[in-house]
Design a protein around this ligand. Structure first.
Ligand code: SF4
Length: 400
């Protein structure tokens, strides 16, 4: 045991309940997400000797609980988006987080309280990141964010600068040599006509990955209203149809779905199931509802919890649907060739002399031969296994 060691706690729990964390034995300091940008200065204050005070003026805690200092507030003035250059390395397809926080108020979600309102990384910094990534040999970059579709709404309008996510993506694809850009989860109503149009223009060459992840959460109008979600089931279906029309049948459409939101009846769950069954979904991320302290959903759960057994049964029904959907989608590509990037093989794949690749439409394929990571080329899918995994072989772009 090192008696000189100090425990400094940060993250969402530290932001949501700083006093609770500060009361835990052994905790010297609590730093909420609101003050993460000050962590280096705060940690300096815990170093023994003169370094504690020479580097910078001490940062004053926002509160004190016995011997524990707390840095956390609701302003998030000291939380910055990551700005270190993203490079291809251990992760072939790194995420570039270009947006943080969320200004929506879904009743189940603790993120607005723990990460603050929506804010965007400036366009110039994003361009510099993309150019640095390309210069370092990067092939595929993923734009991510807590509420990515809101990118740019908090930035001051400037001439010749992109004003929204669609403008930004268009500028990146037309003015840089980035080979492939993928956008992560985007709320249904933030798939604007301009953003959808980009899939039609840049999807066929796979410069923009033919992949759209739209959180659904529920296919029931009444449940969506209780969740304070900003779309109705028919809006969601419309967006899914428009996206598929733009990108074509190879589009990989994914959804998050929450099961057992307070008061969810059998009929409401059936609406979710039936909507998903009718849509060209390629995969589902399924979550049982989990009450988060401090959210309206917490109280709703006290008033009308869904029984555990019903949640388990509904999860099982959607898991079965997800398996069927994934199989049907993947089966359509057996015998076909798709744009792909090679990845680092898993230890199991490597031990068997296999490689790994990911297609632009988000299909992981185990290659029947080794292949160095971070190559662009074409995967030909030759088998769909019983567990829905895919096998194939890869031809690098220069010899394809
Ligand atoms: S669920 Fe998503 S959109 Fe809703 S408040 Fe949370 S982060 Fe925002």
């Amino acid at each position: 045991m090192n008696l000189q060691a100090r425990v400094v706690v940060t993250g969402c729990y530290a932001q949501r309940a700083p006093e609770e964390v500060a009361a835990l034995p052994g905790v010297s300091a609590v730093v909420g997400n609101s003050h993460k940008g000050l962590l280096p200065s705060i940690l300096q204050q815990f170093l023994p000797g003169p370094t504690a005070t020479t580097a910078a003026a001490p940062v004053i805690p926002t509160a004190q609980l016995a011997a524990t200092s707390i840095w956390a507030d609701d302003a998030f003035a000291h939380s910055a988006l990551e700005e270190a250059q993203i490079l291809p390395g251990h992760q072939t397809r790194p995420n570039l987080k270009i947006q943080e926080g969320c200004s929506n108020r879904c009743t189940f979600c603790v993120i607005p309280a723990t990460r603050g309102n929506s804010r965007s990384l400036g366009a110039e910094k994003i361009f510099a990141q993309v150019q640095g990534f390309v210069a370092a040999g990067g092939r595929e970059l993923v734009f991510s964010g807590i509420n990515l579709g809101r990118w740019g709404r908090d930035l001051a309008a400037e001439p010749d600068q992109p004003a929204n996510l669609a403008d930004l993506v268009r500028n990146i694809l037309t003015t840089t040599a980035l080979p492939r850009l993928r956008v992560s989860s985007i709320e249904p109503m933030d798939w604007t006509p301009d953003l959808i149009q980009l899939l039609a223009e840049f999807g066929p060459t796979a410069r923009l990955a033919r992949h759209a992840h739209l959180p659904l959460q529920s296919g029931s109008d009444s449940v969506l209203r209780r969740m304070h979600r900003r779309y109705r089931p028919w809006h969601y279906a419309e967006k899914a149809t428009q996206l598929r029309a733009a990108a074509g049948p190879a589009l990989c459409l994914g959804a998050d779905v929450m099961v057992g939101f307070p008061g969810e009846s059998d009929a409401e769950f059936r609406e979710t199931h039936d909507l998903l069954a009718a849509l060209p979904i390629a995969y589902l991320h399924l979550f049982p509802f989990s009450p988060r302290p401090g959210t309206p959903g917490w109280q709703l759960h006290q008033d009308s919890p869904v029984p555990h057994l019903a949640v388990r049964q509904r999860m099982a029904a959607l898991e079965a649907l997800a398996r069927d959907k994934a199989r049907a989608f993947r089966a359509t590509f057996v015998g076909q060739s798709l744009p792909a990037v090679t990845l680092n093989a898993s230890p199991t794949e490597a031990a068997l002399g296999h490689g790994s690749a990911l297609t632009d439409n988000f299909l992981p394929v185990t290659l029947c031969h080794p292949a160095p990571a971070n190559q662009l080329g074409t995967v030909t899918v030759d088998a769909l296994n019983r567990d829905n995994t895919l096998n194939g072989y890869f031809i690098p772009a220069q010899t394809a």
